[in-house]
Design a protein around this ligand. Structure first.
Ligand SMILES: Cc1cc2nc3c(=O)[nH]c(=O)nc-3n(C[C@H](O)[C@H](O)[C@H](O)COP(=O)(O)OP(=O)(O)OC[C@H]3O[C@@H](n4cnc5c(N)ncnc54)[C@H](O)[C@@H]3O)c2cc1C
Length: 331
């Protein structure tokens, strides 16, 4: 399915609108399956923006053809929100680095050809400047010292691979350092400020998919008769919120795709769309009664939750919004 998605031109990153809409539409029907195709390119923006020509040719080009799978390894067992607190280290040695560390909840962890790994290359000058001294390197899964262990029993998105990845004395050649040493935190944050809009699109798709299921349920149950007022209200409120989330997402995306990203707007889109997806999921499952607990509605309900967590929890999105707004107002 992944290869078909690429060969049909659906996942053509030179047309990011197409990929964003593909994300939304996949998630409307089957988020796990859609994600397992689209997330095969996870992290590509890091190389597009900060990689060398040689890195783009060796790693990015095959990913864009659907021939390689990438992964982003940022989160550690000590916590994902505190990106600057990464404990993995890359120690300088002649010709490159030696990487040691442990990463957690890594999408594509056991199937990726390579990871974009965030690790510390120098100690911070002070606790306030912890974001400095972190670097990003491309690390191939087949290299000695890399171990990936699949994590099972997730609440949702079960069709995607999630793993714990360990790096023990992994030799990383100099040419696999992305961009400049010490700028990794900035690269990852820039990436999140793009990737979060795709999570917003996931949430919009999931919420729309749930409303589709509810409409079908009402048609089955009431035929051509109007459903009870409560059902009409649920549908009207749900579709209004989904449309608002969609417009916020498209607005944030349009700025990103014009190379004028607005981190506050992107975080608003992700935070709001994820909240709408989960609110709609609660309402629809409750309104469909026993039918809601089975089949696709139950699956979309479980898939919705992760949109509030990955690539920045809703709390982190709210902190970003607040910080960006206070920065703008100069307070
Ligand atoms: C299925 C799945 C796939 C994932 N894929 C990837 C991947 O491919 N690559 C990757 O690097 N990571 C991945 N992640 C990790 C994901 O990004 C993290 O789970 C997320 O960033 C939250 O980190 P955490 O789970 O460690 O929670 P924590 O950071 O420990 O947070 C726990 C709770 O504390 C709150 N919190 C934390 N800090 C603050 C604060 N300063 N202020 C207020 N509240 C706060 C959070 O909002 C949350 O409610 C994945 C996770 C899942 C579940």
């Amino acid at each position: 399915m992944r290869r078909r998605a690429f060969s049909s031109g659906l996942l053509d990153m030179s047309d990011p609108w197409k990929v964003l809409i593909a994300m939304e539409e996949f998630c409307r029907v089957d988020p796990g399956l859609g994600l397992s195709a689209i997330a095969s390119m996870f992290g590509s923006e890091i190389l597009m923006l900060f990689g060398s020509d040689a890195q783009r040719e060796r790693y990015l080009a095959p990913v864009m053809r659907g021939e390689m799978i990438s992964a982003v390894a940022v989160t550690e067992p000590t916590g994902g929100s505190d990106v600057a607190g990464a404990r993995s280290t890359m120690e300088r040695v002649p010709g490159g680095y030696v990487l040691n560390g442990e990463k957690m909840f890594i999408t594509n962890g056991t199937v990726a050809d390579f990871y974009y790994v965030l690790a510390r290359t120098s100690p911070p000058d002070s606790p306030e400047k912890r974001h400095r001294g972190l670097s990003v390197a491309i690390v191939e899964r087949r290299w000695p010292g890399v171990t990936a262990t699949k994590l099972r029993g997730k609440l949702g998105m079960r069709a995607t691979d999630t793993a714990e990845v360990r790096f023990e004395g992994v030799r990383v050649p100099e040419e696999n350092l992305v961009g400049e040493e010490g700028k990794g935190f900035y690269y990852i944050m820039t990436f999140f400020n793009i990737s979060r809009v795709y999570v917003a699109a996931q949430a919009v798709g999931i919420a729309q998919g749930l409303l589709d299921l509810y409409s079908e349920y009402l048609s089955r149950r009431y035929g051509s008769r109007p459903p009870p007022e409560g059902a009409q209200f649920l549908l009207a409120e749900g579709i209004t919120k989904v449309e608002a989330a969609r417009l916020l997402t498209y607005r944030a995306a349009s700025l990103i795709f014009q190379f004028r990203p607005d981190p506050a707007l992107t975080s608003m889109a992700k935070y709001y769309a994820a909240e709408v997806a989960n609110e709609v999921a609660q309402g629809v499952i409750a309104a469909m009664g026993e039918e809601g607990l089975r089949g696709r509605a139950e699956k979309l309900y479980r898939d919705a939750k992760i949109t509030e967590i990955w690539e920045g929890t809703s709390e982190i999105e709210k902190l970003v919004i607040y910080r960006q707004l206070t920065r703008r107002s100069g307070s």
